[in-house]
Design a protein around this ligand. Sequence first.
Ligand SMILES: [Zn+2]
Length: 406
Amino acid sequence: MNIDSPEAEELTSNQKRDLLFNVNQSLELSLQKFDNEWWPLVSNIWMGFNFKKKNGDTTTTYTCHLTKCKQSSERKEGVPSNKRRKTKIRPPNLCFAKIKVTRFFQEGKVKIERFPDSPNHMHSLEESDKVKQPQIIRNLVVQEAIKNYRPPAILNAVKEYASEKMDLGTSVKELRLKEVTNIKYKVCGALDAHLIDSTHKTNRYDYRLFTLYIRNGYGCWDVGAHFFVSNEDSDTISEALKIVRRFVRNWKPRYFLQDQSNIEEKSIKLAFPGLINGEQECEVIFCTVHLQRTWMHKIYEVDTRKKMTQAMYKWTRIGVTSTNALESFHSELKRTTSPQHGIIGACHKITTLDQKKREDSDFVSFEFRIKKISVMGVDEEILQEIHKFPFPVQKMLTEEACAVEK
Ligand SMILES: [Zn+2]
């Protein structure tokens, strides 16, 4: 079936979920529709395990989330019944369903097909929803969690909205308070940090280049946005920040770290008015390196400095206290740009470096989550268990395993 056909447009969320549950016919969708509208509906059903790249296109094989390769450990004999763990044992090999998703980047299309000889799921869609909710529901929870409501209130709001407005009643019925609480912890526990800084001499008009730098969940810095301004006052900069916001509607930074410019601070406050608009408060924090430079001039007492630095760490709770990362991005950029370039030339250089940064941070998350270690001489069964961990942990475990096998 092709997405451009008229009947595909009229499918309800539930129908789309069914099509991507037991994939009985191959589907072709535009990349954008797949990523934004279809996949978030079924992300909880499938688990990617094999990623291949060929001529720029990628193929990922997904297995059902309820696949289990190994028998759970049996109850130990001789444990008194009141000390037994009250857990249900999921039978192994519960489900063998597999699909293949190929992304054709040049055509802007995705093909979803059943893996050769893959059976249907051994269970209902509800069983999958019970274990974990699809991304689309989890996103709703995130939206509410940002407002810092209590988990029971979030649960109610999401259940109501999903069933009344999104035709996802059957799925959201299985949403549990525990999952909501976990998501809220993820959102509010890991505060995102934003850096803002500017640099000059990247083009012949001497427009200032501003860069927003955002730290992802793996502690990597990634480029959020760039903008040029001809005039460096707070109204102009806040206008630019507002334009960026229009592109990314749910951009709700919690902290902004910057060097010591009052103009930047004022413009951030203008662009993110916070609670006045019923939004999350956004705090502007000054970069400690820059602050320290000023203190060196003004304050000589070491104790005062220490206290201030400690306060800063405590305040952000994220361990990010300097704009150094962004400064080094700008100095790397200076190597390829020149004060003789036009704006378009400058943009080309910027996007090239952006791409490099993005690849670096994608690489880190790939290394962390998806990459699977391969080792000679380690029992296949043990290796399968090891692969369930993030890559850095896999490395540690295989070293241990090798030591044991010797
Ligand atoms: Zn299944």
